[in-house]
Design a protein around this ligand. Sequence first.
Ligand SMILES: Nc1ncnc2c1ncn2[C@@H]1O[C@H](COP(=O)(O)OP(=O)(O)OP(=O)(O)O)[C@@H](O)[C@H]1O
Ligand SMILES: [Mg+2]
Length: 319
Amino acid sequence: MGEPVLRVKDLSKVYRSRRGETVAVDGVSFSVNRNEVVGLLGPNGAGKTTIIKSICTILRPTSGEIWVDGADAMKNPRAALAKVTAVLEGNRNIYWRLNVRDNLEFFAGLQGQSLRSVKTYIDELIELFNLKEKVNEQARALSRGMQQKLAVACALVKRTPILLLDEPTLGLDVETSYELRWILKKMADEGQRTILLSSHDMNVVQDMCERVIIINHGRIVVDDRVENLRRLFTASAYRFEIAGHLSPQQQRKLTEQFDMIKISADGSRTIIEADLLDSQKVYEIIDVLRENGCQLDSVGKQYPDLEEIFLRIVKGEKQ
Ligand SMILES: Nc1ncnc2c1ncn2[C@@H]1O[C@H](COP(=O)(O)OP(=O)(O)OP(=O)(O)O)[C@@H](O)[C@H]1O
Ligand SMILES: [Mg+2]
């Protein structure tokens, strides 16, 4: 489906310092189609920021190819930079002494857009980002959350085909985080943008992205639709609810007999979660519970959220 607007091929980045070498990105390849919203997920130090900085030509990769909307980012970074805008982690690249509207006009102008042609869009963005009351305030006088919203708005006003967001909701309060997610999702749903965003927050990725790329130790471990991942992991995850608590002997019996089992107390009940590839095992567990006089209240498949999937994949990788 669709046409790739961003292509990354065999991207590697080795940081060299006096203390030695760090392989931050190790042979990463993926592409993003026009109007797709893709999440980059990974633990600290996985290489997300390095990938994003390479795409927006701030960093020179050690090797690999990057194409942004037809422009070769390695050979012709200038042409590539005209196609992509990035909002980097913790770095609100807005002008402190300019007010909200001037910032937006400045970034629109950078892209060679005439003020007249972009005025309506700027008004829309101010409205959308709820910055109307602050439109004449200098950026430095805004709260952190508002500065972040302004930074994203300034990125949008450039109207490049690709938008890169590194941790867009980091450090925002819950409300502002939701607001920003809602705005970006709305833009994406209206098919106006191709977005690659990194986040630690699974909820952000789960809410906004149809596809997720999970990075660990500089490599891609998963690249799939969020929906597929959830279905895949649902197939083997079961949850048993039992009235009352299990005695240590009962617990030992279960954990000895079944490998992938997790027992936890939830108020007056006990929850058993099990990864069972063989569904026959479900009946075996039920039998064991019965033999031990446990009252089984319910058995069901678990529909895991992205956080669980992520933890399982990343944990599995380490072994
Ligand atoms: N300028 C640098 N010099 C040396 N090593 C670096 C530099 N920048 C990043 N690294 C290393 O490269 C690896 C990847 O870092 P990167 O910032 O890309 O990860 P990340 O996935 O963005 O992490 P986080 O979730 O913490 O933002 C880490 O091991 C990091 O220590
Ligand atoms: Mg980072």
